[in-house]
Design a protein around this ligand. Structure first.
Ligand code: UDP
Length: 480
């Protein structure tokens, strides 16, 4: 192509999402957002993941700017069952490290695509730590997408560098995360760095090295939400970063697909009709994301707590009818008729959260869910499980002050979830957050304010919109 043709052709960004819903959903939203600004997009994925991405973009006005390319995930070569191309389909916990190791086998196919497409920029997930080595071969800038907020990225770095968990002598003793603004206190059982399950410290160092070789980081957050941490990340840690979220808000025009990650297991008419009968801010929405698995006995505690609270609830459970009902207390569904709605499978979460009857979100604090709750203006009951969720809990409870914690003590990896939270804590938390006391009113007010700020950030001329424009302009200037 001549230099003149390149100058006049639209920018071309290749997105390469990790194959898990919590990573694919925001990256597909991001791809649509860039496409809406006239950028040409290629989304690279594996064959089994392609239909779900296609469904999410098919009603988008910008679909003509988006192309999906697939590369083979050599499952058998990686030691995985055929078709195991998404964390969703990992058959048992022992296959988790195999799956992550298998990601390395994607590098060759990825490089073939780079040589064919030669995009202006690659946005790839943090788990593809080898991306900068590949993009360097083709002189293409690489942007990392963690799917984390600034607070968690800063906390990870401060804990990794200063190892504050080494200065406490018991599992219950609190330490302050050194250098991190805001006197954030945690225990060592809540930080993956101390537990070092699956050699996490080594993985974290790999992420850092990969990030240092990259052009910058793109963040699903908005500046007004966590100014101190956005500034700390760029000015103290010294990374280039653009916050362009909340991504769940940027694509929700009427013509958009309502499909996010999976087909909803409940008809819109049904959940909406049910919520329409409830008063504003009177229902707690309970969901623990796309991965976390709770034991039957633990689910029973949640059920008993929700029932004892006397409040209305929507509870998303991943178990289907064929898994049996051992997790349900005897006669539960009959007793909660009209009070509680159980969604078995996949909920249309963003749409439900936006309903005015939703007054609180009991969440595992996955960042997508958390930011979706922030955007919808609901306070939280925080119940972190794994990943960076304990840091997100701190952001919600201690910094934003829009949530109460159920007090989970131990971080876990996928299985063996901390099940120490009992039904009476569930009951108390639900009553408190939906109650009329000053503390709850205060949280509601703050949550509504954050929602207004979130919406403003993605409007034309808002902070996220401006950062997005600045980022696109900078990529354009790299063409020389
Ligand atoms: N989600 C959904 N319906 C469900 C469960 C999850 O739409 O029943 C979406 C949710 O809205 C969010 C994503 O899946 O966008 C989950 O990401 P998150 O970071 O919250 O948690 P993870 O699943 O990665 O633990």
């Amino acid at each position: 192509m001549s230099s003149e043709t390149i100058e006049h052709s639209p920018l071309h960004i290749l997105f390469f999402p990790f194959m898990g819903h919590g990573h694919m959903i925001p990256m597909v939203d991001m791809a649509k957002l860039f496409a809406s600004k006239g950028v040409k997009i290629t989304i690279l994925t594996t064959p089994i993941n392609a239909p779900s991405i296609l469904k999410a973009i098919e009603k988008s006005k910008t679909i003509s700017n988006i192309n999906i390319q697939t590369i083979k995930f050599p499952c058998l070569e990686a030691g995985l069952p055929e078709g195991c191309e998404n964390v969703d389909s990992i058959p048992s916990p022992q296959f988790v490290p195999v799956f992550f190791k298998g990601l390395e086998l994607l590098q060759e196919g990825f490089e073939q695509q780079l040589s064919l497409l030669h995009p202006d920029c690659v946005v790839s997930d943090m788990f593809f730590t080898w991306t900068p080595d590949s993009t360097a071969k083709f002189d293409i800038p690489r942007i990392v997408f963690y799917g984390f907020n600034f607070f968690a990225m800063c906390a990870y770095e401060c804990v990794r560098l200063y190892k504050p968990y080494e200065n406490v002598s018991s599992d219950s003793e609190l330490f302050v995360i050194p250098n991190l603004p805001g006197e954030i206190k945690m225990t060592r059982m809540q930080v993956a760095e101390y537990l070092n399950i699956g050699n996490w410290l080594e993985t974290l160092t790999k992420f850092r090295e990969s990030e240092e070789k990259s052009y910058g980081v793109i963040v699903n957050s908005f500046y007004e939400l966590e100014k101190d941490y956005a500034d700390y990340y760029t000015k103290v840690i010294g990374r280039r970063a653009w916050s362009i979220g909340p991504l769940s808000l940027s694509n929700n025009g009427k013509e958009q697909s309502k499909y996010r990650g999976k087909e909803a297991s409940i008809d819109e008419h049904e959940w909406k009709k049910w919520l329409d009968t409830k008063e504003a801010n009177s229902v707690v929405y309970v969901s623990f994301g796309s991965i976390a698995e709770f034991s039957d006995s633990h689910m029973k505690e949640i059920a008993m707590g929700l029932e004892a609270s006397g409040k209305s609830f929507i509870w998303v459970v991943k178990k289907s009818k064929k898994d049996g009902d051992a997790w349900l207390p005897e006669g539960f569904e009959k007793r909660i008729e009209g009070k509680g709605l159980i969604i078995r499978g996949w909920a249309p979460q963003v749409l439900i959260l936006e309903h005015e009857a939703i007054g609180a979100f009991m969440s595992h604090c996955g960042w997508n869910s958390t930011l979706e709750g922030v955007a919808a203006g609901v306070p939280f009951i925080t119940w972190p499980v794994a990943a960076e969720q304990f840091y997100n809990e701190k952001l919600v409870v201690d910094v934003l002050k829009t949530g109460v914690s159920v007090g989970v003590k131990r971080w876990c990896l996928f299985s063996n979830v901390d099940d120490s939270v009992k039904w009476d804590t569930v009951e108390k938390s639900v009553r408190k957050i939906l109650g009329k006391e000053e503390e709850a009113e205060e949280m509601r007010k703050k949550a509504k304010l954050l929602s207004r700020l979130a919406k403003k950030a993605v409007e034309e001329g808002g902070s996220s919109d401006l950062e997005l424009d600045a980022f696109i302009a900078e990529l354009g200037s790299l063409r020389g």
